[in-house]
Design a protein around this ligand. Structure first.
Ligand SMILES: [Zn+2]
Ligand SMILES: [Zn+2]
Length: 285
């Protein structure tokens, strides 16, 4: 049997970040997994894509996190890396609500392990607006949780369009940035700065994803003890409580070990044996 403690304990992980994420990620991983976390100096993660659109992100969110982790390992000659990647999109099941999905990835090239913790939250201030006056900008700022949360003011929707000021966290800096842009153009583009160190709300979601990562690392295969024993398949078809027809709700989940391929099925993962008839295509067409 492997022991996840033995695999990770007392090892040093490089954290691929330059946005202060170590403040939340490092203490959680040190406490829960015994991993010491260090940040490589001068690590420029912006080459992998920025929220402000100067550089498009490469591939999917998890691919972007993996690239950052691999890059950190190359730079530092280590074998254990942590990387995080966030995205802001309409909520997958409720498109009128904004949501923030954070991934915190652990990559261990010594043992060939990759485990991703995730957290999806509808608590986000992610937003933007075109303003024509300082008052409008200040109203946007108030609703965006400024000055605890940073702002970006620019002339156009992308940062490479003329004047742009990032990481604004004071009223003086906000006035100056908005007035500078409005002196040159009839409108200014104002948006929330989603970089972690300027966004405590996002930091909380990153912390949640880090806890999820620790939980997944500690979820070990009952057969061989390998970490990251996780759901690989969801089987839909939970029967309707009224007519017993299969619905789109999850009936069972399958956990599978990435090391020895041991599988186990868990029925009724949400603790319910029947689906609400409201989810049934016959009872509620
Ligand atoms: Zn196993
Ligand atoms: Zn039904």
């Amino acid at each position: 049997m492997y022991q996840s403690d033995e695999l990770f304990e007392k090892r040093t992980a490089v954290l691929a970040t330059m946005h202060g994420k170590e403040q939340v990620i490092a203490p959680i991983l040190e406490k829960e997994l015994g991993i010491r976390v260090v940040v490589p100096p001068d690590f420029d993660t912006d080459r992998f894509g920025t929220f402000t659109g100067e550089i498009e992100r490469a591939g999917t969110q998890i691919e972007a996190a993996r690239l950052k982790a691999q890059w950190a390992l190359e730079l530092t000659d280590q074998s254990l890396a942590i990387a995080s990647e966030g995205s802001f999109q309409p909520h997958p099941s409720c498109p009128f609500i904004a949501s923030n999905l954070e991934i915190v990835l652990l990559l261990d090239t010594r043992h060939g392990i990759e485990i991703a913790g995730t957290a999806l939250s509808i608590e986000t201030n992610h937003s933007h607006q075109i303003v024509r006056s300082l008052e409008e900008a200040q109203e946007f700022a108030r609703q965006a949780g400024f000055p605890k949360h940073g702002l970006i003011v620019s002339a156009g929707q992308r940062n490479n369009q003329g004047l742009s000021c990032k990481g604004i966290v004071s009223k003086v800096a906000l006035s100056k940035a908005v007035q500078d842009v409005l002196a040159q153009s009839p409108t200014a583009f104002i948006r929330t700065d989603m970089r972690a160190m300027y966004n405590p709300t996002r930091m909380k979601v990153i912390a949640k994803a880090t806890h999820d990562l620790a939980t997944k690392v500690r979820s070990c295969c009952p057969h061989c003890g390998w970490p990251g024993f996780d759901i690989t398949r969801r089987q839909i078809g939970l029967p309707c409580a009224l007519c017993l027809a299969p619905t789109e709700m999850v009936l069972a989940v399958v956990y599978e070990c990435k090391k020895c391929s041991y599988r186990t099925e868990q029925k009724y993962p949400d603790g319910e044996e029947f689906a609400d008839p409201g989810r049934c295509m016959f009872c509620n067409p």
